[in-house]
Design a protein. Sequence first.
Length: 324
Amino acid sequence: ADAAPRLNIADNVTQLIGQTPMVYLNQVTEGCGAEVACKLELMEPCCSVKDRIGYWMILDAEKKGKITPGVTTLVEPTSGNTGIGLAFIAAAKGYKLKLTMPASMSLERRILLRAFGADLVLTDPAKGMKGAVDTASQIAAELPDSYVLQQFENPANPEIHFQTTGPEIFEDTAGKVDIFVAGVGTGGTITGVGKYLKENVPGVQIIAVEPSESPVLSGGKPGPHKIQGIGAGFIPGIVDVSMFDEVMSVSSDDAIKYAKELALKEGLLCGISSGAAVFAAVEVAKRPENAGKLIVTVLPSFGERYLSSPLFTSIREECQSMTP
């Protein structure tokens, strides 16, 4: 008898994470000797690369017996996307979630987090992510049955990228990736992917991207910037800086400009940190020594999450002043 037809339906939303597609850039790379391909993490179920770590940090803590659905309250400092990644998984698995976030992050981030039922504590924007981290620790110390996942220190963060994102890039490029360029927020993506590629692709280069206004990886001082999600203002514990072949700094203005160009010229609506990553990748693609090479970068999040941010200020004003 014929085998019963196999249903291609996921058991739950967590099975939809990962296996995101890759696409070449065609217009913004005009005049470049190298090709630039982007991994579209904006196509995750909750539209950012942080879906991967939200899932894996919770799973890892469950496996270690540190958290229990319905009992534990998860606490986490976040600039938004990790919070959203945790919030949809917490909702699907039955965890209470309390998040601390700098008040400077976009309004839609607050709304999305509340939509998934997470509690939100806003922190002083002048204190950056460090302020959110300190407040999270404080809350956890006072709250019984609470657990801080701590994306900046949790080895499960780079581990999921070593196990999934890295191999996916290797597979989709048939191992032909020459240079990997990525923004550094927690450093999970670049550390995990970088480690996998260094072990499997001889001579691959790993290039880190940070905001020029807060160039801590380059030895500079932390400062305020507009590239939400990268440039935490300190070097996270999980980052392996010894792996970087180069650190590039990109200004907030250039990041915003390139994020806009990606929508207008490539049809890719993405966040500000995607603009920063592509700006850096295009600069690297212009170098004569890289002619004929394949440069891979990550577009970490979908642009709709940034409608109230500086990325869309001019368009927002134009749309608000429209009349019938």
